[in-house]
Design a binder for this molecule. Structure first.
Ligand SMILES: NC(=O)NCCC[C@H](N)C(=O)O
Length: 408
């Protein structure tokens, strides 16, 4: 299968997700902040909510479309001894403070299942007396990498608790057959820099947005940009956003609903000026910069079309802040104008309705289209799904998805 993503909204054909498992039940109140969760979450409900989200995806995707559970991909990958030893070596080296070298032999002898359990849950009965904290953020597969055009940009997380996920992703990219066709186009940045997938938005086959955020450093952004500009992308728009937990990635305050419509958190997007720099390649190969007046102006300039920015939470200030916090601006497009987001963001959905979206809840959408092939047409649909547990991890629908193929 060819992995390629040339837009944020092209019809979704393949996506990688992780339905939360026992690891989320291992987060205790004392650990939650350190593990980047805002609350403890109830595993059963979180799973139920996630599985329903996947049901919506399945209903909206073409018949030949595939949803990959990342855990299955890891197990297939770990079936290769070489992949396991690459992974274990990298883990020992990059988590040096954990002293994993003391159990290297045991790690190398683990079955794929036990190794995966050790990594995700932090411990396995197969290795007694050694435990790390769990990796509950694997739920947010978005942040592990980004398929940009025909390239695979691997994340280098800014936050330690997400490092194990990044090492897992790198192993998949290097060893799993799913990535064979894109393996020559892997983009990686240096060890001292950071970039996370939630900051990367693929606007078109030529244009990419990268947030300069709490998680993506300036040097990480520049390194990724240099390589993207060599590999087919014409412009990268660097978007400076507030460096704070509530808007940790660009996609927490800005997502595409359709080719010409975006959901935005006004205080950090429309009310900010001079926070965008366009980066492109000059004829001698160096990166040239041009300061842009605003994100909307920059996008309209390069896309040569008008865009509508829809305020997350509507016009009321309090609702904008409340619904951005619960990922109102973090919707995921299954096709142009077909989006999913948390039901609880009622003011955001009301605003979408004003912009011509038909609102459907998860059951209505599945019931109406489950038996027929869903064919995205002229009608715009905003699908509301329940995510009261999921949203305590501080991420929404876009954060929980890593699209690897979309139709152009
Ligand atoms: N793209 C995203 O915004 N992902 C959400 C990540 C949430 C996770 N708890 C984190 O803090 O990294």
């Amino acid at each position: 299968m060819k992995l390629s993503v040339h837009s944020e909204t092209g019809r979704l054909t393949s996506v990688i997700v992780h339905t939360p498992g026992h690891e989320v039940s291992l987060v205790n109140p004392e650990l939650k902040d350190q593990l980047l969760f805002d609350d403890i979450i109830f595993e059963e409900d979180a799973r139920r909510e996630h599985l329903y989200m996947l049901k919506i995806f399945k209903t909206a995707m073409p018949e030949e479309g595939t949803i990959y559970e990342i855990g299955d991909l890891f197990l297939e990958c770990f079936a290769q001894e070489e992949a396991r030893s690459f992974f274990i070596r990298d883990l020992i080296g990059r988590l040096s403070e954990m002293n994993l070298h003391t159990i290297e032999k045991e790690l190398l002898q683990l079955s794929p299942d036990a190794l995966l359990q050790f990594v995700i849950e932090g411990a396995t009965p197969a290795i007694r007396g050694f435990a790390m904290s769990p990796s509950p953020n694997l739920l947010f597969t978005r942040d592990l990498a980004a398929v940009v055009g025909d390239n695979l940009l691997l994340s280098r997380p800014a936050k330690k608790p997400r490092l194990r996920e990044a090492i897992l992703m790198e192993t998949l990219a290097k060893y799993h057959p799913l990535f064979a066709g894109i393996r020559d186009n892997i983009i990686q940045i240096g060890k001292q820099e950071s970039i996370e997938g939630g900051d990367v938005l693929v606007v078109s086959d030529r244009l990419v947005l990268i947030g300069m955020s709490e998680r993506t450093s300036f040097s990480g952004l520049m390194k990724a940009t240099e390589q993207l500009l060599k590999n087919g992308i014409e412009q990268v728009l660097a978007v400076d956003i507030p460096k704070q937990r509530s808007s940790m990635h660009l996609d927490t305050i800005f997502t595409f609903c359709a080719e010409d419509e975006c959901l935005v958190f006004p205080p950090a997007i429309t009310e900010r000026k001079e926070n965008v720099v366009a980066l492109s390649r000059s004829s001698n190969g160096s990166v040239v910069t041009e300061s842009m007046p605003s994100l909307q102006k920059a996008l309209e300039h390069y896309l040569k079309r008008d865009l509508t920015f829809i305020p997350c939470g509507g016009e009321e200030r309090t609702n904008q802040f409340r619904e951005q916090w619960t990922d109102g601006a973090n919707v995921f497009a299954l096709a142009p104008g077909i989006i999913v987001g948390y039901e609880r963001n009622t003011n955001t959905f009301r605003e979408l309705k004003k912009h011509g979206y038909r609102l459907m809840n998860q059951y209505e959408f599945v019931e109406e289209f489950e038996d027929d092939t869903f064919i995205p047409g002229n009608e715009k649909i905003a699908i509301k799904f329940m995510g009261h547990e999921l949203c305590r991890g501080r991420g929404g629908a876009r954060c929980m998805t890593l699209p690897i193929a979309r139709d152009n």
